[in-house]
Write a protein that binds this ligand. Structure first.
Ligand code: CTP
Ligand code: MG
Length: 233
């Protein structure tokens, strides 16, 4: 199949590391956003299912906050490994990286709050990892960009070469572990950590539907995307 390497050797063992230990403060609600339902199913259950059902993914590990253990028990399949997270996203990633099983060669680090990731986006990241130590999906910026302050436009800003970053961000496991160990902390994502360590990261085509549930309105937007099915490429 498409995950068999051309020369016939065994494909690299792939783990999905799903970070879901955040508090979801911007999204609001009684419980953190990843445990809130989108069209009747908790967001995190949807996210995890996308990786469990992907034929190129061998292991799934979910990083959760200790305070959310009961919520996670309701949402995650029993056999999915869970690891306690940290106070920042990068601390949660490091906790997850440390807990991955022996023998994993490639890791896909994904936001638990991106429940709509398509199999083809995962495919593209995995394909790019065959020839690059890092690979991540992104979409080009198509709107005009301005710099502004205090409600006024200061200056138009060229959008050429600018991308909106998504996850899963894929890496050679040993390389991204070393990059995190050398990083002072505070990175917004794992590509930032990888670049700080001098790793090359390939850009692959992401998808407009691969949104990160972030604000209260994102739940309705995600439901709309689910109900219409995939349209944009
Ligand atoms: N995350 C995590 N551990 C943290 C912070 C964030 O695992 N200490 C995870 C979130 O659960 C989310 C992803 O990283 O899946 C992206 O972070 P973000 O969208 O910022 O989520 P939150 O930090 O939960 O939201 P907010 O910043 O609005 O509080
Ligand atoms: Mg956050």
């Amino acid at each position: 199949d498409r995950f068999t390497a051309p020369s016939g050797q065994k494909p690299a063992r792939v783990a999905a590391l799903i970070v879901a230990a955040g508090r979801g403060l911007r999204a609001g609600g009684e419980i953190p956003k990843q445990y809130q339902s989108i069209a009747g199913r908790p967001a995190l259950a949807r996210t995890v299912e996308r990786f469990l059902s992907h034929p190129g993914v061998d292991d799934v590990v979910v990083v959760i906050a200790a305070a959310d253990a009961a919520l996670a028990a309701d949402v995650l399949p029993e056999d999915v490994a869970r690891v306690p997270g940290g106070d920042t996203r990068d601390a949660s990633v490091r906790a997850g990286l440390a807990a991955l099983p022996e023998g994993v060669r490639h890791v896909l680090i994904h936001d638990g709050a991106r429940p709509l990731v398509a199999a083809e986006v995962i495919d593209r990241v995995l394909a790019a990892l065959e020839s690059s130590p890092g690979a991540a999906p992104a979409v080009s910026v198509t709107d005009a960009l301005w710099r502004g302050a205090e409600g006024r436009v200061l200056a138009p800003t060229p959008r050429e070469g600018l991308f909106r970053a998504q996850t899963p961000q894929g890496f050679d496991l040993a390389a991204i572990r070393a990059a995190h160990a050398a990083h002072p902390g505070g990175a917004a994502d794992d590509v930032e950590v990888a670049l700080a360590a001098g790793l090359e990261v390939a850009i692959v085509e992401g998808h407009e539907d691969n949104i990160k549930v972030t604000l209260p309105g994102c739940f309705a937007r995600a439901e709309k995307i689910l109900s219409r099915g995939t349209q944009m490429d």
